[in-house]
Design a protein around this ligand. Structure first.
Ligand SMILES: [Zn+2]
Length: 297
């Protein structure tokens, strides 16, 4: 089922990216055995990366969103491609903090002060890199700040993950609304009013069956000329894509000296994929073959 839509209003004042990512975030929670707080933090970053992946021109382009802070979560990273495949990890999936005064999970506290970095591999010579200092560590606000500062793109961003009493992800989703050049003032006023009145996305998500329905709940009462119209339906899903070949390449890239060390000291190597935690084992003979390959380069 498509869980994502891209929409514009008929006056061309704004573009909307909207996703319901409950299943994807639940999968990430299970893979990483993450606490509620870690799931909220990772889920927001995964959803944001997935939505930004939809903006890539080509299916093979990739986007990486990295949030690094001095809080206990330390680092959260997610990567997405133009096909809607998303993966990610959090450095400390065990992170726990007291709830905030409003009863919400303290993602900003888990992240702390630090930076948000966006890397886009657009299949050009050099990847694009944009970095800003975090505003709050709550991710959505930081991302809006990134769009404005690094891409000169005024945007409104909302991201949410809600964990149910059974400790499963009850609702997760995100919205990125971009103001387009030449946007009509009247439209922006109407948007501002609605966005200010919006409750958390995760309050609406359990009540709807599709992102289009969610869009109606959020902006269905805009003046007719400014109501969003669906352009495209897409799908975001968890997909790691790691394999033995890639891990071999990674081993070759560590260089001759370290490979020799692995062979002589350890007699083998075990690599764990950061994203899906799958283990890859390499015996002495395989490492020796990789060493020969490394030497040939
Ligand atoms: Zn993997």
């Amino acid at each position: 089922m498509n869980n994502t839509i891209i929409a514009v209003d008929s006056s061309g004042s704004y573009r909307l990216y909207l996703a319901i990512t409950t299943e994807m975030v639940q999968e990430a929670k299970i893979i990483h055995n993450a606490t509620n707080l870690a799931t909220a933090a990772l889920g927001r970053v995964l959803t944001a990366a997935g939505l930004m992946g939809l903006m890539l021109k080509d299916e093979d382009c990739t986007l990486t969103l990295q949030v690094k802070g001095d809080g206990p979560a330390a680092e959260i990273l997610a990567s997405a491609d133009g096909r809607g495949r998303v993966k990610g990890y959090i450095a400390d999936p065990d992170v726990e903090l007291p709830l905030k005064a409003d009863g919400k999970l303290d993602v900003g506290g888990a992240v702390g002060k630090g930076t948000l970095t966006v890397i886009k591999d657009l299949k050009l010579k050099e990847p694009y890199l944009g970095r800003i200092n975090l505003v709050s560590g709550e991710i959505a606000e930081d991302l809006a700040h990134y769009f404005l500062l690094s891409e000169q793109q005024p945007s409104s961003v909302a991201l949410g993950v809600r964990i149910g009493p059974d400790l499963n992800v009850q609702a997760a989703g995100g919205m990125i609304l971009q103001v387009l050049p030449g946007a009509e003032e009247e439209c922006l006023d109407a948007l501002e009013e609605r966005i200010a009145a919006l409750r958390s996305l995760t309050e609406y998500i359990p009540q709807v069956n599709s992102p289009a329905e969610l869009m109606d709940r959020l902006l269905g009462d805009m003046p007719p000329a400014y109501r969003p119209q669906v352009l495209e339906e897409r799908s975001l899903r968890w997909h790691c894509g790691c394999n033995t070949k890639r891990m071999e390449k990674a081993l070759i890239s560590i260089g001759e000296k370290d490979l020799v060390h692995l062979i002589e000291e350890d007699g083998g190597a075990e690599i764990i994929c950061h994203f899906c935690l799958k283990k890859y084992k390499f015996g002495r003979e395989k490492l020796e073959a990789l060493l020969r390959e490394a030497r040939n380069e």
